[in-house]
Design a protein. Structure first.
Length: 388
């Protein structure tokens, strides 16, 4: 079947239709959109006649096919229609970094303490505690100078507020991320003799910072989330990683960032074999109590990108993932990100009924980062609504 949009009709209409036209609904609309040269009555007449004949033919094709299929869904630009939680998180992160830039350490520490005490989250259930500490990390593509400047800023904070857990944790977070940046750059490249292993040096620097403040009573679950990432970078055995996870879960069983990270690490440590990850997902959900289904769904979303089809290649329970997303959307009904995730996973599970309902609720208001591109979104949408 001829597509309803795109450049497929260019041979019929010729040079009169510029590339990039999507579609039109009437001849008047078509003529109004075209920048036809009108220099002279003869040229004007020829162009209008040609455009009228071609556009009329194309319009009939569009109308016939549109009657046999649903209207192409509108997709709103993700930069204009971000999930409310994403907008709030972006502003929150910028404000946090701005406070660091003006040396407002007391306000930073008060903010971290308030987030920890009140267990605050964004409108999609994302923990503000994690966002607070990750806000200090430069973008992966940032230059080494930017990373070194941020580390210098955080060291200044630690010098002004010695033994402060918030400052130490922020610095350890950045050193750990800087270590993973080096690890990615070193991937597949042997380290020359006499050359330092930058990733290991940075992970060890982060570990020393955490060890220096561990003597104090640690009530912050993100401390153990950072420790877990450092331990993975240093290649600690699975048993020690499990101990770190359990310490974090003991502080707050609902702090799911440690659960999603642990699930991904289990896949990495077992060369992608899903058995231990599946058992861990069940165990983490059980420890989370009445929020267990939500944790299970979060884990499924975190690992889904590692498979071509999560529910064919693992034994994760789609019914339980469904229950988790229903619970999440009940708690966070305004989150288009959660609804988009649910729609995508429903397609992967070949649950057309659920996928169709999710797409109907989204009504085109999606953050395309969930689907990767508008093309991927449209393919999933058409499958849910039109395939047999």
């Amino acid at each position: 079947m001829t597509p309803l949009f795109g450049p497929d009709l260019l041979p019929a209409i010729g040079c009169l239709i510029p590339r990039g036209i999507v579609r039109f609904s009437s001849l008047d609309e078509y003529l109004a959109r075209q920048a036809l040269p009108l220099d002279g009555m003869k040229l004007r007449g020829l162009l209008l006649i040609s455009a009228t004949v071609a556009a009329g033919s194309a319009l009939l094709t569009y109308q016939d096919e549109a009657a046999a299929s649903a209207e192409r869904p509108q997709v709103y630009c993700s930069r204009q229609r971000l999930d409310p939680a994403a907008r709030e998180a972006r502003f929150f992160a910028r404000e946090t970094v701005a406070q660091l830039a003006i040396w407002d350490y007391e306000r930073l520490e008060a903010r971290a303490q308030r987030i920890l005490d009140q267990r605050l989250r964004f409108a999609d259930g994302t923990w503000k505690l994690e966002c607070f500490y990750q806000a200090f990390t430069p973008a992966p593509e940032a230059s080494d100078a930017s990373w070194k400047n941020r580390i210098a800023e955080l060291k200044r904070w630690m010098e002004r507020r010695p033994s402060n857990l918030t400052a130490a944790l922020a610095l350890a977070e950045v050193y750990s991320a800087y270590g993973w940046k080096a690890r990615a750059q070193q991937a597949g490249k042997p380290i020359a003799a006499g050359q330092p292993d930058l990733s290991t040096e940075r992970f060890e620097a982060a570990l020393r910072i955490l060890e220096d403040v561990q003597s104090a009573e640690v009530r912050d679950p993100h401390y153990w989330r950072v420790a877990h990432g450092i331990a993975v970078g240093l290649g600690w055995p699975a048993s020690r990683l499990e101990e770190i996870h359990d310490k974090c879960a003991a502080l707050d069983p609902e702090y799911w960032p440690i659960d999603t990270a642990r699930a991904c690490v289990l896949l990495a440590y077992n060369a992608g074999s899903p058995e231990e990850m599946e058992a861990f997902a069940e165990n983490a959900a059980a420890k989370a109590g009445r929020f267990g289904d939500e944790v299970y769904a979060r884990i499924a979303w975190e690992v889904q990108d590692l498979y071509r089809n999560l529910f064919r290649e693992t034994d994760l329970d789609w019914a339980r993932v469904q229950a988790g997303y229903r619970a999440l959307l009940k708690r966070y009904p305004k989150s288009t990100d959660l609804l988009s995730q649910y729609a995508l996973l429903a397609c992967r599970a070949h649950d057309k009924v659920t996928a169709r309902r999710c797409f109907a609720k989204l009504n085109g208001k999606v953050d395309l980062q969930i689907f990767g591109s508008e093309g991927h979104y449209l393919r999933h949408y058409w499958w849910a609504n039109h395939s047999l």
